[in-house]
Design a protein around this ligand. Structure first.
Ligand SMILES: *[C@@H]1O[C@H](CO)[C@@H](O)[C@H](O)[C@H]1NC(C)=O
Ligand SMILES: *[C@@H]1O[C@H](CO)[C@@H](O)[C@H](O)[C@H]1NC(C)=O
Length: 358
C-alpha cells in the first residue's frame, strides 16, 4: 500500500473533525497522484487502488497489439518488429515460480510434410536431452483450434527451463489457416519442414492410403483428369501436397524464411547425422545427436537408432515404413516429373537449397 505513508491518519478511529478533513485531503491527493500516474501511461501496471472504478484502467496493453496479424500483402519477408514480447513466455509467467517441470506451448513445430520423414525426424530429436516432444500428432492448428491454447498446452509433456517443447503435425504445412494461427500463438515459433521428392512422396502417400483402403482406384487413374490428354489432376491431395512452393508462399506472409528450416527427407535417411547437425544448430541446441546414434540397416534401407555406450538392441524405424510401392508406368512418373519441375525450381529458389529431385 504505497499511499498509506502519505496518510498516517487514515487508520485512526474514531475520527475527530480535524483528522476527518486531513483524510479527505489525503484521498484527494491520492486521486490526483493516481490521475497523473495514468496520464504518464503507467496506469495499466499500477496496483489497484481501492474505490477506483475499473474503467480508468482500460488502457490497452501494447502486448495485446502484438498478437494482431501483419498485413497480408506485406510481401512476407519483412516482419513488423515492435519488440513485443513472446506470447509463449507471457503465458508461462506467473503460472508457477518453480518452473522445473511445467507444460509449455511448443517453441518449435515440425509442420510438414506428410510422408516426408517427419516421424523419423521427431524420433531422432527425442534423443536430445533438451527436447521434449509429444508423440501423437495434436492437429491443434488445423482440426482442434477451437479447443483453445490451454487444451493444446495440456497435451505437451512437462519440461524443464531451457528445454524445447515440440510437436509434429504434417498437415499444418498445407492447411491455409495454420500460418496465421501459429503466428498468433507466437511469432517466434521455429518451424521445420521435412521435404522429399514430390513424386516419390505422392507414391508413398498413395501406398499408405491403399494399405488402409485396398479398393481405391489405381495411382494412374487418380493422377490424371484425362490421361489421353495427359492432364494431371493437381487437386488430388497426393499431388497437391508436393507443390511445396505454393504452400510456402502462404507461410512467408507471416514468417521470415530464416525462421523455417527445410530438412531433406532423403538426406535424413542417407546421412542422418549430417542433417541432424543442421537441425540442432537451427534450434540452438548442442550437437548431441551425432553419428554415434545411428546404425544403418541395409536390409530396410533405413537407419536405426542406438544409445551410445549401451548394449541395448538398436531401435529401427517402424515396420510399416518399408512398404513396397506399386509399380507405376515410367511414362506416368516422367509426366509427374515434368509437372513438378517448375514448382521444384521455384522452391529451390525460395529456400536457396537444391534438393536434387530433378
Ligand atoms: C522445484 O521443484 C523441484 C521438485 O519438485 C525441486 O527439486 C527444485 O529444487 C525446485 N526448484 C526451485 C527453484 O524451487
Ligand atoms: C480427353 O482428351 C481427349 C484428347 O484431348 C479428348 O478427345 C477427350 O474428349 C477427353 N475426354 C474427356 C472425358 O474429357
Amino acid at each position: 500500500m504505497e499511499y498509506s505513508p502519505l496518510c498516517p491518519a487514515a487508520h485512526a478511529t474514531p475520527l475527530p473533525p480535524v483528522r476527518n478533513k486531513l483524510l479527505v485531503l489525503c484521498v484527494m491527493l491520492s486521486l490526483w497522484a493516481y490521475t497523473l500516474y495514468c496520464c504518464i501511461g503507467y496506469c495499466s501496471t499500477a496496483p489497484g487502488l481501492p474505490g477506483l472504478s475499473a474503467d480508468s484502467r482500460e488502457t490497452p496493453s501494447p502486448r495485446a497489439l502484438s498478437t494482431e496479424l501483419p498485413n497480408g500483402d506485406s510481401g512476407g519477408f519483412g516482419e513488423p518488429d515492435g519488440g513485443s514480447s513472446n506470447r509463449v513466455e507471457e503465458w508461462d509467467e506467473g503460472r508457477t515460480l518453480n518452473d522445473s517441470e511445467t507444460k509449455k506451448l511448443p517453441q518449435a513445430i515440425i509442420i510438414g510434410v506428410k510422408k516426408g520423414g517427419t516421424r523419423a525426424l521427431l524420433e531422432f530429436l527425442r534423443l536430445h536431452p533438451d527436447i521434449r516432444a509429444v508423440g501423437a500428432e495434436p492437429h491443434f492448428f488445423d482440426r482442434n483450434y477451437e479447443k483453445g491454447l490451454e487444451w493444446y498446452r495440456d497435451l505437451m509433456p512437462k519440461s524443464l527451463e531451457g528445454q524445447i517443447t515440440m510437436e509434429k503435425t504434417p498437415s499444418y504445412f498445407v492447411t491455409k489457416e495454420v500460418p496465421g494461427r501459429i503466428y498468433a500463438m507466437s511469432k517466434d515459433t521455429k518451424l521445420i519442414v521435412v521435404v522429399r521428392d514430390p513424386v516419390t512422396r505422392a507414391i508413398s502417400d498413395y501406398t499408405q492410403t491403399r494399405s488402409k483402403k485396398p479398393d481405391i482406384p489405381s495411382f494412374e487413374s487418380l493422377t490424371f483428369k484425362n490421361s489421353t490428354a495427359g492432364l494431371i489432376d493437381a487437386t488430388w491431395s497426393a499431388l497437391q501436397i508436393g507443390m511445396y512452393a505454393r504452400h510456402l508462399e502462404r507461410w512467408l506472409r507471416f514468417f521470415p524464411i530464416n525462421q523455417i528450416l527445410f530438412v531433406s527427407g532423403e538426406r535424413l535417411i542417407t546421412d542422418p547425422a549430417g542433417e541432424m547437425a543442421r537441425v540442432q544448430d537451427f534450434l540452438g541446441l548442442r550437437r548431441v545427436v551425432t553419428d554415434k546414434y545411428f546404425h544403418f540397416n541395409p536390409a530396410k534401407g533405413f537407419p536405426c537408432l542406438k544409445k551410445p555406450e549401451s548394449n541395448s538392441k538398436p531401435h529401427c524405424l517402424g515396420k510399416t515404413k518399408g512398404r513396397t510401392h506399386p509399380n507405376i508406368h515410367p511414362d506416368v512418373i516422367q509426366q509427374l516429373r515434368d509437372f513438378y519441375k517448375p514448382f521444384n525450381k521455384k522452391f529451390y529458389h525460395m529456400t536457396r537449397q537444391d534438393f536434387g529431385w530433378d
